[in-house]
Design a protein around this ligand. Structure first.
Ligand code: MN
Length: 299
């Protein structure tokens, strides 16, 4: 596998002031990761010039992640909100272009919130039509959009890999794909391994972590199965470690994600462990794949 390894910025910093950006990017480079995922819930508040200078100095790549909110929900029945959502996504794309990001991912297709009602057929249609327009702009900047599959408390539109694949088929743009996250899959999928396999070539971005969003391998996610499935489908995209602890995270993520506990105390330690654990899982998955293929040659 030649996947780039990424790190979500919230393991280092809660916000993106000049000092926070400098620290998060330097620490990411020092930890041996290829890219940093920058949360861009308010893309217009990033300072692309400063951030791209820091990235270039550190030799680190970047991706952006965001979720829309109620006022910018492109699955809403209110044309004003849909237009505001389209504008917000275009903002993120222009910031992404200035930063030279390969991917923008997250809950780009609806609001990032607990809904009180199921999605509507019209809402899905509006979201798909808006995403198709936005995808054209992203393609012009060489940016792939990852539709993150999240659990039922964070959206009502895409909770399973199968729903995300169907959404991407409807959008029908080569740069719109599925972003899977083991934490959410562990809640919603009937079979995590089969979901990765069935996503197949639609997969463009992958979040690792564990069931409590702390140390990998200390929760109940089938990470061994997940890494083997990634190897089996020949996934070449980024693998980004995402973890949240009340030690670092700030609003609005604390509230939306329900980060009430310290799942770790030290960013340095959780990141060092994530790197070791991820490399070991990838190596084991690749060897398992290679050796299972060799069996035929022996006999
Ligand atoms: Mn995620």
């Amino acid at each position: 596998m030649t996947n780039k390894l990424g790190l979500h910025a919230n393991v280092w910093v809660a916000g993106w002031s000049r000092d926070e950006a400098a620290r998060a990017i330097a620490k990411t480079a020092e930890s041996g990761f290829d890219l940093i995922e920058i949360p861009a819930l308010s893309p217009d508040r990033l300072d692309p010039q400063n951030t791209s200078r820091l990235l270039a100095e550190a030799g680190v790549g970047a991706t952006l992640s965001l979720g829309l909110d109620a006022a910018t929900d492109i699955s809403s029945g209110d044309p004003g909100r849909v237009a505001a959502g389209e504008a917000k996504l275009l903002d993120a794309i222009s910031v992404g272009r200035d930063l030279g990001v390969s991917h923008i991912c997250g809950i780009l297709y609806s609001a990032f919130q607990k809904y009180d009602e199921p999605p509507t057929a019209d809402g899905l249609k509006t979201s798909v039509a808006t995403m198709a327009k936005v995808a054209d702009k992203a393609a012009a900047s060489g940016i792939t959009l990852g539709m993150e599959v999240v659990n039922r408390y964070e959206t009502n539109l895409i909770n399973t890999a199968a729903q995300a694949v169907e959404y991407c088929r409807l959008v029908d743009a080569p740069n719109v794909g599925v972003h899977l996250d083991v934490y959410h899959m562990h809640i919603e999928e009937v079979d995590l391994v089969a979901a990765i396999e069935e996503t197949g070539d639609h997969l463009v971005y992958f979040h690792t972590g564990d069931s409590h969003r702390g140390y990998m391998g200390t929760g109940s996610v089938d990470l061994k199965g997940a890494f083997r499935a990634l190897a089996r489908i020949g996934y070449q995209g980024p693998i980004t470690y995402e973890s949240f602890s009340s030690r670092v995270v700030g609003q609005p993520l604390t509230g939306i994600l329900g980060i009430w506990r310290e799942t770790w105390e030290s960013g340095d330690d959780i990141v060092a462990h994530a790197m070791t654990f991820t490399r070991a899982q990838m190596k084991a998955a690749a060897e398992s794949r290679r050796r299972s293929r060799l069996v035929g040659d022996v006999g």
